[in-house]
Design a protein around this ligand. Structure first.
Ligand SMILES: Nc1ncnc2c1ncn2[C@@H]1O[C@H](COP(=O)(O)OP(=O)(O)OP(=O)(O)O)[C@@H](O)[C@H]1O
Length: 245
């Protein structure tokens, strides 16, 4: 397996306390990683550090073996990482224009942009919405546009912070299933922060459990769910008590 990201002695502190402390963490190319843990565990902070949006207080991050930081990241490295958040933050424009914007910034030819936008709208089942104004979309449609807008840039790493949390259950699970099949063909490496073990189980093949800013367990998603350790069992078993997993 190819190592994409390596973080060593990663720490994030604020004046009054330690938010995150992770001795070592490796992200391998092509894997889909879930990041779960209780509220305030440090999941979003970890995602911001690994996506190079924010610099750690201490520690080093390597991207393809090269030392990187939020301050020194090059445009070329930045373009390999895409981020999608819970709020889709779409532009005041049509679905087509929202999905096209990243390629326009990269000065792709108009013909290429049109073909690629239609290709990605088809993949996310939103081609019929091409001319619809983004502000008139449902929550599920908005998240499809949000994900298509990120995926069209063909990032090596896609960082997702609870992108499905505002969706009703059937809408969410349909999008998770569609997105899963897209990821199977794209081979994109994904970091997926979530509060929902069911969507994590559906989408990811590796799982990190973070508690109080520390990584308490990492393994295949199936194995972590089946065999939580002493630190994670209360968190995982609470989920299991509500779901048949
Ligand atoms: N820049 C900051 N300054 C002060 N405190 C911060 C900062 N960033 C994060 N925190 C605190 O660090 C802790 C971890 O926050 P983070 O958002 O990473 O947790 P999380 O696991 O994503 O939480 P949630 O599940 O509630 O979204 C929280 O207590 C938060 O208030």
């Amino acid at each position: 397996m190819t190592e994409m990201i390596r973080a060593e002695k990663l720490e994030f502190q604020v004046p009054s306390r330690n938010i995150l402390s992770i001795p070592e963490l490796v992200i391998e190319k092509g894997h889909v990683y879930g990041i779960m843990g209780p509220n305030g565990a440090g999941k979003s902070t970890l995602l911001k550090l690994l996506s190079l949006l924010e610099a750690p207080t201490n520690g080093t991050i390597y991207f393809h073996g090269e030392k990187v930081s939020a301050q020194t990241v090059t445009l070329d490295q930045r373009r390999k990482i895409a981020i999608a958040l819970q709020q889709s933050l779409l532009l005041d424009s049509t679905v087509f224009q929202n999905i096209a914007v990243g390629l326009k910034i990269r000065k792709q030819p108009r013909k290429v942009i049109k073909a690629k936008v239609f290709e990605w709208m088809e993949k996310f089942n939103i081609a019929h919405l091409a001319d619809k104004h983004a502000y008139k979309l449902s929550g599920g449609e908005s998240q499809r546009v949000n994900l298509a807008r990120a995926m069209i840039l063909e990032p090596e790493l896609l960082c997702l912070d609870e992108p499905f949390s505002a969706l009703d259950f059937p809408t969410k699970m349909k999008l998770v299933e569609d997105f899963k099949s897209i990821l199977t063909t794209s081979g994109t490496t994904v970091l997926f922060v979530s509060h929902d073990l069911l969507e994590v189980k559906s989408l990811t093949n590796e799982l990190f459990i973070l508690m109080n800013g520390e990584l308490q367990q990492h393994g295949s998603t199936e194995d972590v769910i089946a065999n939580p350790n002493a630190s994670t069992q209360s968190f995982i078993n609470e989920w299991k008590s509500y779901l048949t997993l």
